[in-house]
Design a protein around this ligand. Structure first.
Ligand SMILES: [Zn+2]
Length: 270
């Protein structure tokens, strides 16, 4: 499932190519994405110039020249790729947006948990939510410490709670806590300032490294040109149960935290 580094990689690959372009044609082949693709979607996008391509958490937001926002979410299995227009549709190609240079942005999503809408800025902001973007300047030790106060949930659950911290999913929550040296099950409310400082530093380092490596192609993730990322080769604990810890050589363990597979090193994480 694409997390923040994968969405940011898609954004960086597409922004220089599509920002400033005008939408010439919009074809919706499947409306049954999350929330449904509105009947008005194609008309709202056609003829508009793409004024930017931004990311908030796992959302991509393209401000349009009429003041509205094209909001996209890749869901569990979505791919947004730019290619030559007029190509024959593949299975699960649900939305095709043809630009004025003849190329087409194609949204492909086998599981259809993605989202595609043109909204007024206030509605787009409401859908994106208030969760802190962990790469924004406001994500500080103090901010995380405040988020953790009186929280009985585990730190891993908090990291993955999109209403509070936007963009971190299961893969990167496991990795961040390994690099911070903190057990995934520790209660968020029990973390001190020094612990929060380690989590913030690890979050920035892991996400930045993953973006630099084009994200993790665990299942079917690709960037805006269909290229794989290679951060999966650097994963320290995720999906490595029983394998040696890259730091201490002990066995990586797994457990389940809020229904998700969780991986940690019992020696390196306290
Ligand atoms: Zn270890």
């Amino acid at each position: 499932m694409p997390e923040l580094p994968e969405v940011e990689t898609v954004r960086r690959s597409l922004a220089p190519e599509i920002v400033g372009r005008v939408v010439r044609a919009v074809e919706v082949r499947e409306r049954r994405l999350r929330g449904g693709v509105a009947r008005s979607f194609a008309g709202a996008l056609r003829g508009r110039r793409l004024a930017g391509l931004e990311r908030r958490g796992k959302f991509l937001l393209a401000p349009l020249d009429d003041g509205r926002t094209w909001l996209m979410h890749l869901g569990m299995s979505g791919r947004l790729t730019l290619g030559p227009g007029g190509a024959p549709g593949r299975r699960h190609d649900h939305v095709v947006v043809t630009l004025d240079d003849g190329r087409a942005l194609v949204y492909n999503d086998p599981r259809r948990f993605g989202r595609m809408a043109v909204l007024a800025p206030a509605r787009a902001a409401a859908e994106v939510g208030e969760g802190a973007d962990p790469l924004a300047v406001g994500f500080t030790t103090e901010a995380l410490h405040a988020l953790t106060r009186r929280r009985r949930a585990s730190i891993k659950a908090l990291l993955m709670d999109q209403r509070r911290i936007a963009g971190v999913g299961n893969i990167y929550a496991n990795e961040i806590l390994f690099h911070a040296g903190i057990r995934p099950r520790r209660r968020a409310g029990r973390l001190g300032r020094a612990d929060c400082a380690r989590v913030v530093a690890a979050t920035r380092a892991v996400l930045a490294d993953a973006i630099a490596k084009g994200g993790s192609s665990i299942s079917d993730y690709r960037d805006g040109f269909g290229r794989e990322g290679w951060f999966q080769l650097d994963l320290a604990v995720y999906d490595r149960a029983g394998e040696p810890c890259r730091r201490c050589g002990g066995a990586v363990r797994s457990c389940v935290v809020v229904g998700r597979s969780t991986f940690y090193c019992p020696r390196c994480q306290r």
